[in-house]
Ligand binder design. Structure first.
Ligand SMILES: [Zn+2]
Length: 164
């Protein structure tokens, strides 16, 4: 198997990283696994099963076997790859050119994102960057506080002079 990626340590665990430049539209991996009815997949998911890839309301791929390398591709809200239907299955293709050592990601979709919003927020690089920017803004807002304190001190001084 000619590998254009390697398994590596990502922020949230393991991830797939490009080892060569990957062109836009290029095939990366197939999402492999047993076909389950979506009903059965939902049942297993509610018991903690992961890596279920829903093809449609009727069929879902159980991608949990380790030999399904596509299961190591993490979610991103700013992905560089995407899943596309091919021959009744799912393949992951590059959505834009990917550089060596870049982590390969695709969007797991709205349902997944909403689940993470309720569970501490999405941990993809794009969302972490957004949260860091928000924290930076908060820090800057806190720096403005000394002015308020100065005003407060002036007020208390006035109050004291009234007393005296
Ligand atoms: Zn995200």
């Amino acid at each position: 198997m000619s590998r254009i990626f390697r398994l590596g340590r990502a922020y949230t665990g393991l991830g797939l990283f490009a080892t060569k430049p990957i062109k836009r539209g290029a095939y990366i991996a197939t999402y492999r696994g047993r076909l389950l009815t979506t009903k059965e997949a939902d049942r297993r998911e509610s018991r903690g099963a992961r890596y279920m890839f829903e093809l449609n309301s009727k069929w879902t791929i159980d991608g949990s076997p380790r030999w399904n390398v596509a299961r190591y591709i993490n979610h991103s809200c700013k992905p560089n790859a995407k899943p596309v239907g091919r021959n009744g299955g799912i393949v992951i293709v590059a959505e834009r050119p990917i550089e060596p050592d870049e982590e390969i990601t695709y969007s797991y979709g709205k349902e997944y994102y909403e689940y993470f919003l309720e569970n501490g927020g999405c941990k993809c690089a794009a969302c972490r960057k957004k949260r860091a920017a928000r924290r930076r803004k908060l820090r800057e807002a806190r720096k403005q506080r000394p002015q308020k304190q100065r005003r407060a001190t002036a007020r208390s001084r006035k109050a004291q002079s009234r007393k005296g």
